[in-house]
Design a protein around this ligand. Structure first.
Ligand SMILES: [Zn+2]
Ligand SMILES: [Zn+2]
Length: 335
């Protein structure tokens, strides 16, 4: 029996009788990170990092069912050793290492290599069997340094501000929004936020992550307060009446999908900035090489294409179907 296998509920370790990121109800779930396609309600017991546990408590409740662990801490279940290691994707995100009698598997969840300064930075982990996502698993997806992207965002806002135009940026409430808050140029002193983003900001701050001041947009905020300001909202709100409060505004989206012109058009935003919390092509290849693994299992994304490429490079790779979504297409799935 393989140490990890893929069945209709998730990634299963039969020897320990636990699942990693299950999409159906199970007894015990180990969770890589707090995004809703990986951390789902309904399981009887959970194991996750402290920060992921805090995010899950905020989003799902479940306080009594979650056991929290530190990065690197070893948990033995039926003789199988489990540990969580930084994945650099969002706060608390982890690659889950599974070891039994010298055989090591790694379920890497979602990950990125570039340090975003709000998530614990990615650490390469050695293993024999590597489970990877492939959201951006085509050579076309090639991220530039985030410093450049934040410069472009700053320039966009600067121009808007000089004309009394509000800059409204659509960003995932968990991860992307906080990354933007942390890395925006300093001249943008405060940022107005949608309530869904503020809920997650509160978790990040409670967990000790620091970033600039934010003001939640509620009924007390008048349209004139927002003139020329920088606003972060969720992608889902950008086509709703929530936008009526802005008199003169431009919209933008920050996503890896902004590399694709057709998607940029479909999202009908004024500006697209290429900023992803997933690894691009070169970084997927880097992570797999660093792992030293020979067996690769390719989940959500360009699974077939990426597995084919890896096989051509001499790996033993197979595509695996799952219910994970990747970087959500628009509109953003309901929170
Ligand atoms: Zn994710
Ligand atoms: Zn994912």
């Amino acid at each position: 029996m393989a140490l990890l296998e893929f069945n209709n509920k998730g990634i299963y370790c039969q020897r320990a009788d636990v699942y990693i990121d299950p999409w159906k109800k199970v007894k015990k779930a180990l969770i890589t990170h707090g995004h809703s396609d990986h951390a789902r309600p309904g399981n009887l017991a959970y194991l996750a990092t402290h920060d992921t546990a805090a995010i899950m408590r905020q989003r799902l409740g479940l306080a009594k069912r979650i056991t929290a662990v530190n990065y690197g801490e070893k948990t033995m279940i039926n003789g199988v050793q489990f540990s969580f290691h930084p994945a650099g994707h969002v706060l608390g995100s982890a690659q889950i290492r599974v070891a039994y009698k010298g055989e090591i598997w790694l379920a890497s969840g979602d990950y990125k290599i570039q340090n975003d300064f709000v998530s614990q930075a990615f650490e390469p982990i050695k293993c024999h069997h590597y489970i990877t996502e492939s959201t951006f698993g085509l050579p076309f997806y090639d991220w530039e340094d985030q410093k450049e992207v934040f410069k472009e965002i700053g320039a966009w806002h600067d121009l808007n501000k000089s004309q009394g135009i509000t800059s409204v940026m659509g960003a995932y409430s968990l991860g992307k929004a906080q990354r933007i808050l942390k890395n925006l140029p300093d001249f943008i002193e405060r940022v107005y936020t949608h309530g869904a983003i503020e809920n997650i900001n509160e978790v990040y701050r409670n967990q000790g992550v620091q970033f600039r001041k934010t003001i939640k947009i509620d009924e007390s905020i008048k349209p004139k307060d927002l003139v020329g300001q920088f606003v972060i909202s969720t992608p889902g709100t950008m086509s709703t009446s929530w936008m009526d409060r802005f008199e003169n505004y431009q919209t933008a989206s920050a996503s890896g999908w902004m590399m694709t012109k057709a998607i940029r058009r479909r999202r009908s935003v004024d500006r697209g900035f290429i900023l992803s919390d997933h690894a691009d092509w070169k970084n997927l290849n880097y992570a797999i090489k660093e792992s030293g693994a020979s067996h690769i299992y390719v989940t959500h994304g360009f699974t077939k294409q990426y597995a084919k490429y890896l096989n051509e490079q001499g790996y033993n790779a197979i595509p695996v179907s799952s219910k994970y979504i990747g970087e959500t297409p628009i509109p953003e799935a309901p929170e």
